[in-house]
Design a protein around this ligand. Structure first.
Ligand code: GBH
Length: 459
């Protein structure tokens, strides 16, 4: 009977994700040093309504109640990020015990509730001190600093973590932070193409140093990986040619980030395209970058449609979503559920990945509570249901898909959009900080309980 529904494997990991700067608040408490996002938010006009993460949703103080909400959902895992400048207020040097203690208490609370803790080391909030001292990722010393911080966290907290992500989404703190995307993120500077490529290289090198430092502390007792927003490549038609084109595109579009991490060398297409602006690197650094991982996490939201194109230089071309294409309420959030099938499939064919997690997927939507504080976010339920059904196709085809982390547990500080975009399963009233489960929270709870999408309710 269960085969009629989208039944997931018994040990499938159902989770939800957040990031430190987006939820914690308590920006100046217990010795936390400033991060690049604290600085960037002070720049007039950088953030919608000039919002900032000073208070965010106060997860720092409400973490116990928040873990109780996770338990109500039946979450099996919580993906949170660690604020680097809480642990090392200056980025390097003397650690801050009070900052570390917050994550100890959070992890204890999670374990007490039977929820696996999965921590991201760097979700864009670089200590401001590292930007001031070294111009951040422009310097190789920043990579070394990430390695040292990773080793420290693995030593202090690693025995009770289940999984660890070195870095979240390179593109967002490099291409978007260094002036190569229309939407500007912290640190909000503008560098040359040459410097961008070198900074990208330092960041993936930092990832590799972090993997090695964690492995040295914890061996195989902790699952090590990263969470990257790889391009959501989807073949426009399910033909041999378009599928092969989408696969080639996935590898080439990831030429500066995930491809060298998984292959231990840059694809020639990337080096050729960047020519004189390509990064300078050593063989030794490439070995570090290619350090073996236990899993790879993909943050997947929007499609990049690819078609076979014999006239294009690389044999494929990208078909942009036009104005009429359906979107959720984020300019870039075009809806194509099959990204959750195609990206794991194509990535697995390319790189034979031992374990794949969807580390983010979700949508923003201008939902509002009714008089009884109920939020009927039917569009989010539609979005999630369709994506999980598409993900299930990969499960049926025996792809090594081990879990799914929904973005996000709560409405929170959505970077350049401030608090104007809501991605949460729990609605947050920003005046009172009260949280209310939306319809989508109830939908997700049912999915977790049934370990399936569809089928009769069992609650
Ligand atoms: C993730 O970013 C983040 O990890 C998370 O913190 C964030 O809250 C969440 O998703 C929702 O945004 O902007 O036109 O260049 C995803 C950010 C947005 C990055 C789309 C790549 C590509 C289109 N991604 N963007 S564009």
């Amino acid at each position: 009977m269960s085969k009629l529904y989208c039944q997931f494997p018994q040990d499938f990991l159902w989770g939800a994700a957040t990031a430190a700067y987006q939820v914690e608040g308590a920006a100046r408490e217990d010795g936390r040093g400033p991060s690049g996002w604290d600085t960037f938010c002070r720049r007039p006009g950088a953030i919608a309504m000039d919002h900032n993460g000073d208070h965010a949703v106060n997860h720092y103080h409400r973490y116990k109640d928040d873990v109780a909400l996770m338990a109500q959902l039946g979450l099996k895992a919580y993906r949170f990020s660690i604020s680097w400048s809480r642990i090392f207020p200056d980025g390097v040097g003397r650690p801050n015990p009070a900052g570390l203690d917050f994550y100890r208490r959070l992890i204890d609370e999670l374990l007490g509730a039977g929820i696996q803790p999965w921590a991201t080391l760097f979700h864009w909030d670089l200590p401001q001190a590292l930007e001031d001292r070294w111009r951040g990722w422009e310097s190789k010393q920043c990579a070394q600093a990430l390695g040292d911080y990773a080793g420290f966290v693995a030593r202090e907290l690693g025995d009770r973590l289940t999984g660890i992500f070195t870095i979240n989404e390179f593109l967002c703190f490099l291409d978007k932070g260094y002036g190569f995307e229309p939407e500007l993120f912290a640190p909000g500077k503008s560098v040359s193409r040459r410097i961008l490529n070198q900074a990208r290289h330092h960041a993936i090198y930092g990832h590799g140093l972090a993997v090695q430092a964690i492995r040295a502390e914890r061996g195989n007792s902790l699952s090590i990986g990263l969470a990257d927003n790889i391009s959501g490549c989807v073949p426009v038609r399910e033909t041999k040619e378009d599928i092969a084109a989408a696969k080639a595109a996935l590898r080439e579009l990831s030429g500066m980030y995930i491809t060298p991490i998984l292959e231990g060398s840059y694809p020639t297409t990337y080096l050729e395209d960047e020519a004189a602006n390509a990064p300078v690197f050593t063989e030794e650094e490439m070995k570090v970058i290619g350090s073996p991982l236990d899993f790879v996490g993909f943050n997947l939201y929007a499609p990049v449609f690819i078609r076979h194109d014999p006239e294009a230089r690389r044999g494929w071309s990208h078909l942009p979503c036009d104005d009429a294409y359906p979107r959720m309420s984020m300019p870039w959030l075009a809806i194509e559920p099959s990204i959750l099938y195609w990206v794991p499939r194509l990535a697995h064919e390319l790189w034979d990945i031992p374990a794949i997690y969807i580390t983010e997927n979700g949508c923003s939507y201008p939902d509002r509570p009714d008089a009884k504080n109920q939020v009927w976010d039917t569009a989010r339920v539609m979005y999630l249901k369709q994506h999980l059904i598409a993900l299930h196709r990969g499960v049926l085809e025996d792809l090594p898909i081990k879990g799914y982390f929904l973005w996000s547990l709560f409405d929170n500080f959505e970077w350049a959009f401030g608090y104007t975009k809501r991605f949460g399963l729990f609605y947050v009233n920003y005046e009172t900080m009260d949280r209310f489960p939306k319809l989508s929270a109830k939908f997700y709870r049912d999915v977790i309980k049934q370990n399936a999408v569809g089928g009769p309710a069992r609650n």
